[in-house]
Design a binder for this molecule. Structure first.
Ligand code: ZN
Length: 495
């Protein structure tokens, strides 16, 4: 066997262990009785350790080096070796003892965070957050960086990203966004009260499954279940799992389904020949999020889409019958400066992210002491959104990320918002009247274009290369800003 073949066998083993762990994780969220929690945690930890040991063994690194000399540098195999080399370097640079300490501390931090958030008690959370930040710093030092300590961590989630790069991205949109939000806040608010009600779960389920089929999520290679927090996971290209949740706010299930379907169709769009290899799947968190946002916001909150599906929604939920399209469209696009990120609309969302980005950079470099986080948080909410959280539970204690040690992750959400519009504009330039396609329920040309330009490339190219190939330019805020300014100026009658 050649070094390349040996490596592929090893990677297939790692893939199988990871898939088994993912099935257990999916089941834990969707079906497992609570009595299974402790054993399930142990089972998953064993699989995770076995996969880690095989992947980080010196044999993997040696096989990559040998194989590199044997393959055509322009081939798929060469691209696969690059992906494995990056993952191998990231996984082997951090000492096992630090990984273990981080996992242990994160488990404690999570419990403390849940209790502190419930009791609105930041002081109870501060010491363990301090420890998580210190461990993140140590991780960054092991990974290495050129300019800023934040660079080492954010690169884990978005290859090639840096503090400076994110600052450029945010710098271009902060002022226009703050200005747009304040104009909208000064305008008469749209009504969305009709979206709240006692919507039968079975009807929500059948309606969202209908939408999945219509837009092109392949239910022969995937399914949808319910879970407390919506997510998408997959065990192979042929088995992609979505979850949604049914609430008294109707868009929670509908938009959540379209969001996760966007992630899912990206996963389903990898070439089948790449199944169970490191080339399959999404290239980065930011690019992945651009696709969930495309199907949720650009398609799923558009007027053409609902010109087709509002009548079907009314058939499913007859109390909505008196609604006209315009009122419904405005209601699902309501913009409001609010305290909670996960409930934010597509205009204010990036402001929530900018606040977190600035604060986590400051915590990492040590210019913001952990004890001063609540005051700094509240001050930024006043500055960016014009509101101040009445409690830390609705303020700096609201997100799970920092308690899990996820520093440098937040900006990828904003990147997704920006990139969704940037890619969409190229799609429209190629396909022409996309609004009429959506109004007729013809999503195949749209999905095929996205597969061709983005999904079928999996992890073959670096994120920045893929963005350039798909859109002809680097990531920037212009398309997003122009898109939301147009859309919301019309909705709120701004001039
Ligand atoms: Zn997402």
């Amino acid at each position: 066997m050649s070094a390349l073949e040996q490596l592929k066998v090893r990677l297939a083993d790692v893939n199988a262990l990871n898939a088994a762990e993912s099935v257990l994780g999916w089941d834990q969220q969707c079906y497992m009785p609570s009595g299974g929690a402790e054993a399930r945690g142990e089972h998953m930890a064993v699989l995770s350790r076995m996969a880690h040991e095989i992947f980080t063994a010196s044999e993997t690194g040696e096989a990559v080096e040998k194989a590199k000399a044997q393959v055509d540098p322009e081939s798929e195999d060469a691209a696969m070796l690059d992906v494995v080399a990056r993952d191998y370097a990231l996984r082997t640079k951090i000492p096992a003892s630090l990984v273990a300490e981080q996992a242990k501390t994160a488990a404690q931090a999570h419990e403390i965070w849940v209790a502190a958030r419930k009791a609105n008690d930041f002081a109870a959370f501060a010491p363990i957050l301090e420890k998580m930040v210190e461990l993140a710093r140590q991780t960054a030092e092991h990974l290495g960086y050129k300019e800023h300590i934040y660079d080492a961590l954010t690169d884990l989630y978005e290859e090639g990203a840096t503090k400076k790069g994110w600052e450029q991205m945010f710098g271009g949109m902060k002022e226009p966004l703050v200005a747009l939000v304040s104009k909208i806040s000064a305008s008469p608010q749209v009504d969305d009260s009709f979206l709240y009600g006692d919507w039968p779960e079975s009807s929500q389920r059948s309606f969202t499954e209908m939408l999945l089929k219509e837009i092109g999520f392949d239910l022969n290679r995937g399914r949808q279940d319910t879970a407390p927090h919506p997510f998408c996971t997959n065990f192979s290209i042929g088995d992609v799992r979505l979850t949604t949740r049914f609430k008294n706010y109707l868009p929670s299930a509908v938009m959540g389904t379209l969001h996760e379907a966007g992630h899912g169709m990206y996963e389903q769009g990898s070439p089948l020949s790449w199944d169970r290899t490191p080339l399959a799947g999404g290239v980065s968190l930011g690019v992945h999020e651009s696709q969930s946002r495309t199907w949720e916001n650009i398609v799923g909150r558009s007027k053409p889409f609902w010109s087709l599906y509002l009548p079907k929604l009314k058939e499913t939920f007859p109390t909505l019958s008196p609604l006209d399209l315009e009122t419904f469209y405005k209601g699902i696009n309501k913009v409001e400066a609010s305290l909670i990120r996960v409930e934010a609309d597509e205009v204010t969302y990036n402001l929530h992210i900018m606040i977190r980005f600035e604060l986590e950079c400051a915590m990492m470099e040590g210019s913001l002491a952990i004890k001063d986080l609540p005051a700094a948080w509240n001050e930024k909410y006043r500055e960016f959104l014009g509101i101040v959280p009445p409690t830390d539970s609705d303020g700096c204690l609201q997100d799970v990320h920092w308690s899990s040690g996820l520093m440098g992750y937040f900006p990828t959400y904003s990147m997704g918002n920006l990139l969704s519009y940037q890619i969409w504009n190229c799609l429209v330039a190629d396909l022409g009247d996309v609004d009429s396609l959506m109004a007729k329920g013809e999503f195949k040309p749209i999905l095929d274009w996205l597969i061709e330009k983005v999904y079928r490339h999996g992890r073959r190219y670096k994120p920045a290369e893929l963005i350039h190939m798909a859109t002809g330019k680097p990531l920037g805020p212009e398309d997003y800003l122009a898109g939301i300014t147009d859309k919301y100026s019309a909705i709120y009658g701004l001039n």
